[in-house]
Design a protein around this ligand. Structure first.
Ligand SMILES: Cc1cc2nc3c(=O)[nH]c(=O)nc-3n(C[C@H](O)[C@H](O)[C@H](O)COP(=O)(O)O)c2cc1C
Length: 293
């Protein structure tokens, strides 16, 4: 975005409307569209709609737009547009195909103004997408955008709705890991077992790592981009180790092992638990840094 660009705003009661053919050539433009974009109607009619395209817009958004409307469905999108004299305006567009006799004959777009919160949030996301697009193919960008949404547990329509409700989307699922909560879980787990042993209980079961709360959470995050980090495999390594050592502790305690031997095992559990949570924090820190969150 050039520093000299100025934002052009329009009012809540104003609606920017245009209609195109199936190739995106403008068939209709209302007065508000002409006024905000700064073109006369004659300059707009017959021209491709990308004449108001702003370079800050990621291509992947338009790909999604075209795929959706050409398949007969509508979609909403936040779009930054360029005016004739090089300024810009933000819109929330509702784009829908007009279908007659089962054929798409034209496409309409109705646009409402966008508030500052949404502009800020969407700009952040679009910048991430735009940067990615510079060095990747369109199909890679499509995958990247879908994993970006998946990491936030959002579909594309939910992403739009959530922003429209002024809620931030900058917090991916990875950041919803309650690290302290899982740490406490593991301390409770260890304490319950050592207490059972000291009371002479024989029916103590050590949970498998996949079945404790952290294990269940880790499973839900599989496939997300941060799981390729080296630290992520270490999280699994130490987590398995902690549960494995506790199993061994129980077996040896039942086999009559001496206190020193058992204390040695518990001290390893302690060390590996700390490493486990260090690694988990590491994954999250890397992720935040990488995504510029
Ligand atoms: C009804 C309709 C409205 C559109 N409105 C806009 C718009 O306001 N701004 C825009 O940049 N692209 C809009 N597009 C998408 C453009 O046709 C085009 O795909 C986009 O500007 C990307 O251009 P490019 O492929 O030349 O980069 C619209 C498409 C349709 C079908």
């Amino acid at each position: 975005m050039s520093m000299n660009e100025k934002e052009v705003v329009f009012e809540e009661h104003e609606l920017i409307v245009s209609m195109t053919d199936v190739k995106g050539n403008i068939l209709y433009a209302n007065d508000i569209f002409c006024k905000i974009a700064g073109y006369s109607r004659d300059e707009l009619l017959g021209q491709p709609h990308n004449m108001v395209r702003h370079p800050d817009m990621p291509r992947v958004v338009f790909k999604l737009l075209w795929e959706t409307v050409l398949s007969g469905k509508f979609l909403s999108a936040f779009v930054k547009n360029k005016t004739k004299d090089g300024n810009y305006y933000w819109v929330k567009a509702y784009v829908a195909p007009i279908i007659e006799n089962g054929k798409i004959v034209s496409i309409t777009s109705y646009r409402r103004p966008v508030n500052d919160f949404v502009k800020r949030e969407v700009s952040k996301t679009y910048k991430v997408l735009l940067d990615y697009e510079r060095t990747h193919s369109m199909s890679e960008t499509v995958d990247f955008f879908s994993s970006f949404l998946k990491e936030r547990n959002l579909t594309y329509p939910q992403f739009i709705d959530r922003l429209a409700q002024d809620r931030s989307i900058s917090s991916p699922a990875a950041l919803n890991i309650d690290v302290d909560g899982y740490y406490i879980d593991h301390i409770i787990f260890k304490t319950a077992i050592t207490r059972g042993i000291s009371l002479g209980k024989k029916d103590i079961k050590v949970t498998e790592p996949c079945c404790c709360n952290l294990g269940k959470k880790l499973k839900t995050l599989e496939g997300m981009s941060f799981t390729t980090h080296l630290s992520w495999s270490k999280v699994h390594h130490y987590h398995n180790h902690v549960h494995g050592l506790m199993k061994e502790y129980v077996n040896r305690a039942h086999g009559g092992a001496l206190k020193d031997e058992l204390d040695g095992l518990l001290s390893n559990v302690q060390t590996d638990t700390i490493k486990l949570f260090d690694m988990l924090n590491d994954v999250i820190d890397n992720y935040v840094e990488e995504k510029g969150l």
